[in-house]
Write a protein that binds this ligand. Structure first.
Ligand code: AHR
Length: 494
C-alpha cells in the first residue's frame, strides 16, 4: 500500500449483529468535581439549575443521547451506604471520601437526585451496589426502596421522600473492582459473594434487574475464567475495566510530544486484544453469548492538571483523546456481539471527560464531539469493514494508520467512522460500499490545529466538528482525504 493510500471495503448487505446503544454509556462517580460542581450545584446556587442539577451540563449531555449512566462509583460504590443519601438534605451525614482526596461527602446527591438526573437525560440508571463494605440486607433494601410498587415501609419511606411511584431500574452492578478497591478478593471468593448478594437483589413489581458482576482488570483472564465458571448464567453481564495509560508513567494530558501521542494510541489499540482474550474465555462457558462483556470503565488516564488535588483526577482533553475515543468505539462495534454495554470514565471533570466545568463556566471537549458524531451508530447494524492501509510507526508496535467502522441505521442510512491516527500525514481514503446504492453523502470532520489541540475556558471552540469537504463518488466508491490526526463520520443515504 503506497504511503497515504487506503482502501476500506464495506459489506453493506451483510446479515450482521446490532451495535447496542448501551456501548455509549457514561459514568459519574463521587470523585473530585464530577458529581459536586460538575452535575450538582444545589438548588440555591447562582449557577442555573433544575432541582440542584446544573442546566448547562444537562443541555450539553442531552445532545449525546446518553443511553445509561453508571453511579455512584467506581471504587466509591463499595464505600457507599445508600441510606446516607436519602431524606432531608440538611440532615444527611457528612462522611469522609477517603478514596478520592479525603474530602467531606455531604450526601446531598443521593438516590433521588441521581434518578432525577437520569430522567432529565432520558437514560437508564446503572447503579453499582456495595459488596466490599455493605451487607446483603443493605443491598436488598436499596433495590426494594427504588423499585417496589406496593405498600411496604421502604416504599412508604420513598414516597415520604418525594417519590411515590417506583423507579424502573435495569442495570445493577454487584460490586466494583472487588479484586482491588472493592475488597481485595480472590475470584473464587468474589464469585460466592456475588451469588449471595445477587440472590437477594430481587426483582420487585415487574422490575427486572440486569445484574452485572465484577469482571477482570485488564488482561486478567483467570478472573474471567473463575467467575464464568462459578457464576455462569446467574449474571447478565461481566464487567471489564481497561484504561489507556502507562500506570507508572502516565504523562501530561496536554502539551505532550509525538512519542507520548503515539504511545497513547498504541495503548488504546490494546482494547481490541483484551476484549478478544476475555471473549475467548467467555465463549468456552457461554458459546451463545448470553453473558455480555460490560466495559464499564474505559478512557485515558493521565497525570492530574498542575495545582489540582491529586485525588480528583482532573485532566485536560485534546485531539489525542478524540482519537482514543474514536478508535475505542470502533473496537467496541467490532466486538458488539459480546460487548453490549460500555461506560466512558468519567462524565464531567474526571479522566477522559466530555465536559469540563470551572465554576459557572462549562466547555465541551474533543471527546464530546466524537461521541456526538458517533451517536449515529447507536442500535445500528454492524457492517463488516475490511481496511488496507499504511502502517504508522514511530515506535513499537506499528499501528494501522486508519481505524474504521461502519453500520446501517434503522432508517437504512449507512454511517462510516474513520480515524486517521498519524500525527502528521494525511490519508487518501477510498471506500467501496458493496451491496448498496449510494445517494446523498455528507461528512463531518473533527480536526485540530495540532495533536495537542484542545478547548479551554478562554478558547472553548478550538476543536469543533466541521463539514468534511471534497468527498467524491463514482458508483459504489467514495473518495475523500482525511487530514492528519482527525476523526470523520460519513452519512450515506442509500
Ligand atoms: O474511574 C476512577 C477509578 O478507576 C474507579 O473508581 C475505579 O473503579 C477504577 O480503578
Amino acid at each position: 500500500m503506497a504511503t497515504g493510500q487506503t482502501k476500506v471495503t464495506i459489506q453493506a448487505d451483510a446479515d450482521s449483529f446490532q451495535i447496542s446503544k448501551h456501548i455509549y454509556g457514561h459514568f459519574a462517580e463521587h470523585l473530585g468535581r464530577c458529581v459536586y460542581e460538575g452535575l450538582w450545584v444545589g438548588e440555591d446556587s447562582s449557577i442555573p439549575n433544575t432541582r440542584g442539577i446544573r442546566n448547562d451540563v444537562v443541555e450539553a449531555l442531552k445532545k449525546l443521547d446518553i443511553p445509561n449512566l453508571r453511579w455512584p462509583g467506581g471504587c466509591y460504590a463499595d464505600e457507599y451506604h445508600w441510606r446516607y443519601g436519602i431524606g432531608p438534605r440538611d440532615k444527611r451525614p457528612r462522611t469522609v471520601n477517603s478514596l478520592w482526596g479525603g474530602v467531606v461527602e455531604t450526601h446531598e446527591f443521593g438516590t433521588h437526585e441521581f434518578m432525577d438526573l437520569c430522567e432529565m437525560l432520558d437514560c437508564e440508571p446503572y447503579i453499582a451496589g456495595n459488596v466490599g463494605s455493605g451487607t446483603v440486607q443493605e443491598m436488598q433494601e436499596w433495590v426494594q426502596y427504588m423499585t417496589y410498587a406496593g405498600d411496604s415501609d421502604l416504599a412508604r419511606e420513598r414516597a415520604a421522600n418525594g417519590r411515590k411511584e417506583p423507579w424502573k431500574l435495569k442495570f445493577f452492578g454487584v460490586g466494583n473492582e472487588n479484586w482491588g478497591c472493592g475488597g481485595a478478593m480472590r475470584p473464587e471468593f468474589y464469585s460466592d459473594q456475588y451469588r449471595q448478594y445477587a440472590e437477594f437483589a430481587r426483582n420487585y413489581s415487574g422490575n427486572e434487574l440486569y445484574k452485572i458482576a465484577c469482571g477482570p482488570n485488564g488482561r486478567d483472564d483467570k478472573w474471567t475464567e473463575v467467575t464464568m465458571e462459578r457464576i455462569g448464567h446467574r449474571m447478565h453481564g461481566l464487567s471489564l475495566h481497561y484504561y489507556t495509560t502507562e500506570w507508572n508513567n502516565k504523562g501530561q494530558s496536554f502539551g505532550f510530544d509525538e512519542q507520548a501521542y503515539f504511545k497513547t494510541l498504541a495503548l488504546a489499540t490494546r482494547m481490541d486484544e483484551i476484549i478478544a482474550r476475555h471473549s475467548e474465555v467467555m465463549d468456552q462457558f457461554d458459546p451463545e453469548k448470553r453473558v455480555a462483556l460490560v466495559v464499564d470503565e474505559w478512557g485515558t488516564w493521565f497525570d492530574v492538571m498542575p495545582d489540582t488535588n491529586p485525588g480528583f483526577l482532573y485532566q485536560q482533553n485534546t485531539m489525542r483523546d478524540a482519537l482514543v475515543a474514536g478508535m475505542t468505539l470502533n473496537i467496541f462495534h467490532k466486538h458488539a456481539e459480546r460487548v453490549r454495554i460500555a461506560n466512558l470514565a468519567q462524565l464531567v471533570n474526571v479522566l477522559q471527560a466530555p465536559i469540563l466545568t470551572d465554576g459557572p463556566k462549562m466547555i465541551v471537549t474533543p471527546t464530546y464531539h466524537v461521541l456526538e458524531m458517533y451517536k449515529v451508530h447507536q442500535d445500528a447494524t454492524y457492517l463488516p469493514a475490511e481496511v488496507a492501509c499504511p502502517h504508522y510507526s514511530l515506535d513499537k508496535p506499528d499501528l494501522e494508520q486508519l481505524s474504521a467502522s461502519a453500520s446501517r441505521a434503522q432508517d437504512g442510512n449507512i454511517h462510516i467512522s474513520l480515524c486517521n491516527l498519524h500525527h502528521a500525514e494525511l490519508l487518501e481514503v477510498t471506500c467501496e460500499v458493496r451491496g448498496a446504492s449510494l445517494k446523498q453523502i455528507t461528512g463531518r470532520l473533527l480536526e485540530g490545529a495540532s495533536i495537542q489541540a484542545m478547548n479551554t475556558f478562554e478558547q472553548p471552540e478550538q476543536v469543533m466538528p466541521v463539514a468534511l469537504e471534497g468527498i467524491s463518488t463514482s458508483g459504489n466508491t467514495i473518495k475523500l482525504t482525511l487530514p492528519a490526526h482527525s476523526v470523520a463520520v460519513l452519512s450515506i443515504e442509500s
